[in-house]
Structures are given as C-alpha cells and as structure tokens.
Design a protein around this ligand. Structure first.
Ligand code: TXA
Ligand code: MG
Length: 307
C-alpha cells in the first residue's frame, strides 16, 4: 500500500511502522519515541534483539542531544559525507536512546540519508530508526516491490523509486585512537584517506567480541544455493558480467559490467531477488572481478549471500 509523505509522517508519529526509501536501500522506519513500533520492527523482520538499529536524522545538529562526545574528525566526516551513505558509531549519553535501539550498548549509530523524501520526512517526524526493509538474513530492498514481497501488499510503503546507490551505508567507529570500518558499504574505505590521512582497517572483532552485532548474522541470502565454482554440478544460472561468455547450460543473470561497479552495486539485490522470483535452486557467481574500491563491498555482499 503506497502512502504519501504526509500520511507517512502521520503514521510514524502515531507509532506505526512504515517502509521508507533511502538512497542506499529501503528502511523499515519507526519513531525513536515509540517503543512499541520499535518492538514491531524486530518482530516484522524476525531480527535478533541483540542487533542494534541506526538512528536516521535530518541534519548533523539533530544528534547533539544524544551524543556524549564527538571523536576527532567527526565534523569533517559530517560535512563531507552527510547527507549520504555513511553511518558513524558515537558514544551516547546515558538514557538518551532507548536500549532497544542500541541493544544496550553505550554507543549509537547515526546517519543522515540523502534521499530527498527521507530528508523531508525526517524534518516532519524527527529522528527515525531504520533497519533495511527485508526479512532478517535475506537480500535488502532497493524497490518498493521488494518490500511488498517480504512484508505483503498491504504493508505501508512511501514510494521513492529505485534506490540510487543500492548498497547499505559504510559503518565507521573510532576505536583505540583510530577510525575503523565495522561494515563495508557504499562508500569504499579508500574514500576516507584524503580526510583522515589513512585508509581505515576493516575491524570486525575485538577481544573475540563482534564490534558490530549485525556481523554475527546471516545476510543478503537468496533461497538458491550459491557457489563460486563455475563448473559446479546442478547449477542452472550464473550471476556474471555482460562482457563475459559462460557455459551454455547456465542462464545468465547479469550483475552488470566489469567497467562499472556503481551499476553492479545498484542492481545487486535486485539480481539476488530475481533468483527467488524464478525459484532457482542452485546458481554460481563469477567472482573474477577487482578487489579495490566499491568492488570490495560487492565481493563482501556476495560472499555473505553464499554462506
Ligand atoms: O544504508 C543503511 O545503513 C540502511 C538504510 C535503511 O539506512 N540501514 C541498514 O540498517 O543497513 P541495518 O539495521 O540493516 O544495519 C545496521 C547495522 C547492523 O549491522 C548493526 O549491527 C549495526 O548497524 N549497528 C547499529 N548500531 C550499532 C552500534 N552501536 N555499534 C556497532 N554496530 C551498530
Ligand atoms: Mg540489513
């Protein structure tokens, strides 16, 4: 069910959950002040409650009431990448965010999305939590139709067209006097070097504990079994590149072109969902592509999808 901007704002302020477009992927939105709506998000997605949510804000100033202390380069990050696909983990003031949002952590995750409708909405509603609008473990949604597949035709969705970036935000945290990547995302890690003087490391664990609880769980996976061996027996489809030739018994589902990772990023979840649409049981993925920049995030998503 499509809702207008005004209806969406009204529903959210009344404590409902509505799917909202962002430039990365669609999110399942709830007001940070409506505990029941936040609970409902976890139930709808079948999301483990130990997995905290990102607080989305209209502009940098909106987070001042929550943040205990800003780490070095925070203002530079905000000025350069917001609005946009960057999520920053920041220490939060005690009691400022409901523990269901932070999963009881002393930090919170914050981002200013770039989608014009999301920004207009946030100005009307104030801060919203928004996990990706997909069933936990499944590919994210880059179109309103994807949201309907996962949550049903009656589910309220603010129509925002196809997400222009296609992959989730990059998550950065300041740990032991360095910025590190907790989740690779739409902004490649090399893009931070000009600002902070080094390429942040990808840091998933500290002392055996995952730094970002989301990393613990299965992600982005279609029903079909995926493997990276193009000769795998039983495979009927190949996720591959338009300039390559594949064995003739494999139906090509194009990821895009090897010359254009941005387009691959844009259609990745659509392609993974297409496998389910066609009830494919087994498919192979051509992983012979570069490893730097945005390709690194694409590789990470495909590796997780195949787990
Ligand atoms: O692009 C995006 O970020 C999308 C759109 C809708 O904004 N949202 C999104 O949310 O990807 P979600 O819930 O699917 O992923 C949020 C990730 C999870 O892996 C979670 O563990 C991590 O953020 N996270 C949230 N708060 C955290 C915190 N305080 N410390 C570490 N990781 C945190
Ligand atoms: Mg997600």
């Amino acid at each position: 069910m499509r809702t207008t901007l005004e209806e969406t704002a009204k529903l959210l302020l009344q404590g409902a959950v509505v799917a909202v477009p962002t430039e990365t992927v669609y999110g399942l939105a709830a007001s940070i002040h409506h505990e029941n709506a936040i609970d409902q998000i976890f139930a709808l997605k079948n999301r483990p409650r130990v997995n905290p949510l990102i607080v989305h804000i209209a502009d940098r100033e909106q987070i001042d009431p929550f943040v205990e202390q800003y780490p070095p380069f925070f203002d530079e990050f905000a000025a350069h990448f917001w609005p946009g696909p960057l999520t920053l983990i920041l220490p939060v003031k005690t009691g400022a965010l409901h523990p269901t949002i932070t999963a009881g952590l002393v930090t919170g995750a914050f981002r200013v999305p770039r989608h014009p409708l999301a920004l207009q909405l946030l100005k009307l509603t104030g801060p919203l939590v928004m996990p990706s609008a997909n069933l936990s473990g499944r590919p994210s949604s880059t179109r309103s139709e994807h949201v309907e597949v996962d949550f049903g035709n009656g589910f309220p969705v603010l129509e925002g067209g196809v997400s222009t970036e296609g992959l989730e935000s990059t998550i950065l945290a300041y740990l032991d006097a360095k910025w590190v990547i907790l989740r690779q995302g739409r902004i490649p890690r090399e893009a931070f070097e000009p600002l902070i003087g080094y390429v942040p490391d990808i840091s998933l664990y500290k002392g055996g504990q995952p730094l970002s609880p989301g990393q613990l769980f299965r992600h982005y996976a279609p029903q079909a079994r995926l493997s990276f061996d193009l000769t795998a027996k039983g495979a009927t489809h190949v996720l591959g590149f338009v300039e390559r030739e594949y064995p003739t018994h494999l139906t090509l589902l194009p990821l895009g072109s090897l010359t254009d990772p941005a387009t691959v990023a844009l259609s990745l979840y659509d392609t993974l969902r297409e496998l389910d649409q066609r009830s494919v049981q087994q498919a192979v993925v051509d992983m012979d592509f570069p490893s730097l920049g945005l390709w690194a995030t694409i590789r990470e998503r495909l590796e997780k999808a195949a787990k």
